[in-house]
Design a binder for this molecule. Structure first.
Ligand code: UD1
Ligand code: CA
Length: 461
């Protein structure tokens, strides 16, 4: 059977109290609507149509290449929203999965089970339902004495009796495609919200003598609909646990999974240890056998095998195998730390490459620079890359030695095997094997103490 998917993502999300449109809010680093569409993609449908309206351009951007789009100009309700996809779908023969764009936790396995159930039962419509501990806000599934589904009643329309029901509409349905689009033309907006409800299609089909049904899922938490920030936090917590358990299944150790915040697309190889209070975001990739300690934050970065990151922040950067950083250091965008290099404490690196085996141990700023192999950069060195107007580059050759407290003023080249004496301010190139000293000469004043008035004081003799 051909399979189609409609994702509803045109609403504004008033209850979020946000300038950002609801489905663009992120859960573990990915917008809710991407979570939904990616789970839908995994069941390999023939077509996915996302209904956009509020924030249409932004939504289209995040889903580019993953979905077709239908534009719902006015948000007249979920039934009207599905109807806007009729040009792309109405003629098709097959089954159509409808999903709301604000339910980010559904898995493709659940969608597949719903499809299979729907097909096996020969239903015209099957709603995916769950038992909600607190069903407030969800549509309720109303059944007769024989347990047959009669209709769905929204929170705002329900009688006190209806609202006691804890079986809820998860917002996911499977329909016979042609019957769906036919029934949608009969949906009206005579209800508390004055909206065209998709949920009414069930009763319409039933009255036409079609077979309708419900597929009960066991785990309510997968069906959380995110209408406000409280639900957003709940969904994030559940997704976080799911992500961390996936990594644990792959051989990653978490000291405290409850406080390790790993984005959905992060990759981590086995035998890496993640301590508590760690944040790893975006498209970061972490190698094998690494240690990422508490207080570390890694964003869109590549970390090789056997790397130790201690209480440090790494953004859009790369650390090759057997390197280490921290505590309290910061790799800003464009930093590359080559094999066996060492970045110690209170070091900031920006748009710079630190070559193999080189050491930048303490209290140093390296910006816009290329450092070769086996270099030692002493404590408190400053790569002065900015003259107030533009940034310039500094090169340091292999085996160079930069003494503590040096200031290298860009643009400048320090050749291989060159030395820079401590506390020097370097403005001119230093050649191979040379040493540069650029600081005031030391002058010692003999017997200085005896010239002080203080020295006459008996107590100080
Ligand atoms: C909806 C269901 C409810 C179900 C719940 C599950 C209806 C009438 N109600 O309620 O039974 O329990 O989801 O989470 O279907 N949207 C549009 N265009 C519109 C209106 C909404 O695209 O005109 C989109 C929204 O962007 C959202 C989704 O449809 O992604 C659901 O809309 P929302 O207003 O959140 O519906 P609920 O009140 O949660
Ligand atoms: Ca909702």
């Amino acid at each position: 059977m051909r399979k189609f998917v409609v994702v509803l993502a045109a609403g504004k999300g008033t209850r979020m109290k946000s300038r950002l449109y609801k489905v663009l809010h992120q859960v573990c680093g990915k917008t809710m609507v991407e979570h939904v569409v990616e789970a839908a993609q995994a069941i390999k449908p023939d077509k996915i149509v996302t209904v956009v309206g509020n924030g249409a351009e932004e939504v289209k951007k995040v889903l580019a290449g993953k979905s077709e789009f239908a534009l719902q100009e006015k948000q007249l309700g979920t039934g009207d929203a599905v109807l806007t996809a009729k040009d792309q779908l109405a003629g098709e023969k097959g089954a159509t999965l409808v999903i709301t764009g604000d339910t980010p936790l559904f898995t493709s396995e659940t969608f597949q089970k719903l499809f299979d159930y729907h097909e096996n039962k020969g239903n015209a419509a099957t709603v995916l339902t769950a038992q909600a501990p607190n069903p407030y806000g969800y549509g309720r599934i109303i059944r007769d004495d024989q347990d047959n589904v009669l209709r769905i009643v929204e929170q705002k329309d329900g009688s006190p009796e209806d609202l006691k029901v804890k079986e809820i509409n998860t917002g996911v349905f499977c329909f016979d495609n042609q019957l769906l689009f036919e029934a949608l033309t009969h949906v009206d907006n005579q209800n508390a919200q004055g909206e065209y409800y998709l949920t009414d299609v069930l009763e319409i089909l039933r009255n036409e003598g079609q077979r309708i049904g419900a597929y009960r899922m066991r785990d309510f938490s997968e069906s959380i609909g995110v209408n406000d920030r409280i639900a957003l936090a709940q969904a994030t917590k559940i997704m976080q646990q799911r992500i961390n358990e996936k990594h644990m299944a792959n051989g990653v150790t978490f000291i405290d999974p409850a406080t390790a915040y790993i984005d959905a697309d992060v990759k981590i190889d086995c035998d890496t240890v993640i301590e508590g209070n760690v944040v790893i975001k975006g498209k970061s990739v972490i190698g094998r056998n690494c240690l990422i300690t508490s207080g570390s934050r890694i964003v869109d970065s590549q970390i090789g095998d056997c790397v130790t990151v201690t209480l440090s922040t790494i953004e859009n950067s790369q650390m090759d195998e057997q390197t280490d950083i921290g505590p309290n250091s910061h790799l800003r965008p464009g930093s590359i730390i080559r094999k066996h290099a060492h970045i110690g404490n209170f070091v900031e690196v920006k748009n710079a490459e630190i070559g193999e085996n080189s050491k930048v141990g303490h209290l140093t700023y390296v910006g816009d620079a290329t450092l070769g192999k086996d270099i030692n950069v002493g404590c408190g060195t400053i790569f002065a890359n900015y003259d107030g107007v533009k940034k310039d580059h500094i090169n340091v050759g292999d085996h160079a030695f930069i003494g503590s407290g040096a200031t290298l003023v860009a643009p400048v080249n320090i050749a291989d095997h060159a030395f820079v004496a401590a506390d020097s301010t370097i403005t001119k190139d230093v050649q191979r094997y040379d040493m540069a000293i650029a600081r005031g000469h030391q002058v010692n004043k003999p017997d200085y103490w005896h010239k002080l008035p203080l020295s006459q004081d008996q107590n100080w003799q």
